[in-house]
Design a protein around this ligand. Structure first.
Ligand code: HEC
Ligand code: HEC
Ligand code: HEC
Ligand code: HEC
Ligand code: HEC
Length: 235
């Protein structure tokens, strides 16, 4: 994955022994005043700090734009909701996550999103400020909103998505074991590459193709784990 625009690290200044964020978005959004006037927004910021993006030290401006050098609320906030409007979100995320973005914009969902917003976007599944991997049950509910018997729009989709995501979670378990214990490092690399391709392909919503890839990869991870167990006994 290519990462651009990580600016926050460069902006950190050392004050005594504490590291302090020298951008005004952070300063204001983590202030005790905000905790009193708008607890929800204050908590939002706490969620961000423990998210994958907070830990990777992204700046608020990486996704929101705005001006993080001023304490003037109006100036700071100029245009901050524009890049995170539902139809702009894929492009904003795509600046750093190009593989997922590329697969996603080729899907019918993307066309619907552009037309009238009637399709999931990146944050529907990943969350926004509390960005993380998705949960199978949450995704299933999301899909069901549009894909159900009443609407008759591909009603089989929620169960299929649930099945695939559950299997991907099982793969993740095997993957951790294989990465740590397998002695054939070329094989580990080849499996890792297939896992990355699989999760990128998920974003194209070619569910039948993804389902077949998922099943094949799970089988191969199980074999690799069995082999790694044998190797461990021998040594
Ligand atoms: C002076 C304090 C202050 C600064 C500086 C500040 N914010 Fe805010 N922000 C707030 C407050 C207070 C709110 C609550 C809504 C309001 O009063 O506009 C808010 C709301 C927001 C919202 C929600 C807006 C909406 O329309 O729902 C976003 C997004 C946001 N801030 C992002 C940022 C970003 C990005 C920066 C830096 C470029 C930033 N803020 C700088 C205090 C600040
Ligand atoms: C990885 C991208 C990303 C980063 C970095 C990011 N945000 Fe956001 N933020 C979003 C998205 C996307 C939304 C819109 C969520 C939606 O539509 O459900 C959002 C929404 C918000 C809102 C509006 C909440 C509401 O519902 O009114 C606030 C406030 C906010 N962000 C503040 C911040 C602040 C402060 C920072 C830095 C500490 C920050 N964001 C960093 C992606 C980001
Ligand atoms: C400025 C670059 C940047 C932007 C914009 C950005 N991300 Fe990220 N994202 C990162 C970095 C850095 C990580 C940490 C993991 C890593 O290094 O691979 C990450 C991690 C993730 C992860 C966890 C996957 C992993 O490999 O750990 C997800 C999911 C994710 N981002 C989704 C999004 C979504 C959705 C948006 C848009 C709302 C977005 N990102 C916007 C840089 C970015
Ligand atoms: C329908 C739900 C859904 C939508 C919409 C979605 N994703 Fe994902 N995303 C997933 C799933 C499922 C995975 C893989 C499962 C996992 O790794 O936990 C994933 C994985 C990722 C990862 C980590 C990939 C890795 O190799 O580990 C990133 C980064 C990401 N998505 C970014 C995005 C971006 C950017 C968008 C919007 C363009 C987006 N996602 C839209 C469900 C979704
Ligand atoms: C807001 C409504 C909406 C949501 C939510 C939604 N979809 Fe869709 N989806 C559609 C529509 C509309 C179509 C086009 C149906 C058609 O062509 O008959 C579609 C088509 C599809 C297709 C067919 C392939 C394609 O590209 O046309 C798949 C697969 C699919 N959706 C999967 C999902 C999954 C998985 C989820 C949950 C993460 C989901 N959808 C959530 C509205 C939605």
């Amino acid at each position: 994955m290519q990462i651009f625009k990580i600016t926050l690290v460069g902006l950190m200044v050392v004050l005594g022994t504490n590291l302090v964020f020298a951008d005004t978005c952070h300063e204001c959004h983590q202030s005790k005043d905000l905790k009193v006037t708008d607890k929800k927004l204050y908590d939002y910021n706490l969620d961000f700090e423990i998210s994958v993006h907070g830990i990777a030290e992204l700046a608020c401006t990486d996704c929101h734009g705005g001006d993080d050098s001023t304490t003037n609320l109006k100036k700071a906030h100029k245009g901050v909701m524009d890049p995170v409007r539902y139809d702009k979100i894929p492009g904003t995320c795509g600046e750093c996550h190009d593989e997922q973005h590329e697969a996603f914009v080729a899907s019918n969902h993307y066309k619907l999103l552009e037309k009238d917003g009637s399709a999931p976007n990146c944050v529907t599944c990943h969350g926004s400020m509390d960005m993380d991997f998705i949960f199978a049950s949450r995704v299933k509910n999301t899909c069901q909103f549009c894909h159900n018997l009443e609407s008759d729009t591909l009603p089989e989709v929620p169960d299929q998505a649930d099945y695939i995501l559950s299997k991907i979670n099982i793969i993740k378990g095997y993957r951790g074991f294989v990465q740590t214990h397998a002695s054939d490092r070329d094989q580990v690399q080849a499996l890792d590459a297939r896992f990355d391709q699989l999760t990128a392909r998920w974003h194209s919503f070619d569910l039948d193709g993804v389902e077949a890839d998922t099943r094949a990869l799970l089988g191969d991870y199980r074999k690799a784990k069995a082999q790694a167990m044998k190797d461990r006994k021998k040594n």
